[in-house]
Design a protein around this ligand. Structure first.
Ligand code: KIV
Length: 284
């Protein structure tokens, strides 16, 4: 097993102070968490994107707290040292501060998370404040916020116009003042991300498709490896085509079963002749 030190908030701020970018990936299952931990990932997000990547929905809204807890527990079993972030699903925090604290608390108590993340601008500042006051580290999420995809008019870059960009910059400061120790900027123009990062005083800024000037980078694991067949966003660099490798292997398996080249003797189990003969006697 890994000999890594536990990644904490202090580790993350210390990296940022030294100008070392923070690496962050989504993850939803035990084996992938194991590999990410071995690779030395700093942070893992169990995103509600699991609704799309793992459960096959076409958006994140149907994902429940129980879905999130089950997957987050599996990820923690594979990655003991990475900084683990539980993503609060739709309607787990929007209704009230109490729902927000209770559900954030479930991530910490039941899934051993280090922090939670929730979507939304200044209107979510009270939720962040309440969660942080309950002793739970919170990460904000601005720009493209998939739980509001209908209100945003689709999966599109946010903050291209000056007024909208100003609102994102203001929202970032409001969330920081509410106590968020980090903010994810998803699909925000690079120069807006740079301004927000430069203005952040006690808050880590993380980029998903928002350029290189943040304190760290996030990618969706399934996009990195060609594992989500429906869509590949522009910001996703493909680091290997695991989807193609898996499809080729599956096709070969189907063909080999069909033409009887699988299985071969090394793939099955046998019984000794004397045991077999005795069995035949017993069966007479
Ligand atoms: O659910 C998720 O994976 C996310 C990312 C899109 C940032 O929130």
């Amino acid at each position: 097993m890994s000999e890594r030190q536990k990644v904490t908030i202090r580790t993350l701020f210390s990296k940022a102070e030294k100008g070392e970018p923070i690496s962050w990936l989504t993850c939803y299952d035990y084996p992938t968490a194991y590999f990410q931990e071995q690779a030395g990932i700093d942070m893992i997000l169990v995103g509600d994107s699991l609704g799309m990547t793992m459960l096959g929905y076409d958006k994140t809204l149907p994902v429940t707290m129980d879905d999130m807890i089950r997957h987050t527990q599996a990820v923690r079993r594979g990655a003991a040292m990475a900084f683990l972030v539980g993503d609060m699903p739709y309607m787990s925090y929007q209704p009230s501060n109490e729902s927000a604290i209770r559900n954030a608390g479930r991530f910490m108590a039941e899934a051993d998370c280090d922090s939670i993340k929730l979507e939304g601008g200044g209107e979510m500042a009270h939720r962040i404040e309440a969660i942080v006051q309950a002793g739970i580290p919170a990460i904000g999420h601005l720009g493209l916020t998939p739980q509001s995809v209908s209100a945003l008019g689709g999966y599109r870059v946010q903050g291209k116009g000056a007024l909208q960009a100003k609102k994102i910059i203001d929202d970032a400061k409001t969330l920081e003042n509410a106590g968020a120790f980090a903010i994810l900027l998803e699909m925000v123009p690079d120069r807006i991300c740079k301004i927000i990062t430069e203005r952040a005083e006690n808050c880590l800024i993380l980029s998903l498709g928002s350029g290189p000037d943040a304190h760290g980078q996030l990618l969706i694991y399934h996009d990195m490896f060609g594992l989500y067949p429906k869509f590949k966003p522009k910001m996703a660099k493909v680091f290997g085509n695991a989807g193609e490798v898996i499809l080729n292997g599956l096709t070969q398996y189907v063909n080999e079963v069909g033409d009887k080249t699988f299985p071969q003797p090394e793939h099955w189990f046998t019984i000794k002749d004397e045991e077999y003969d005795e069995l035949l006697g017993l069966l007479k």
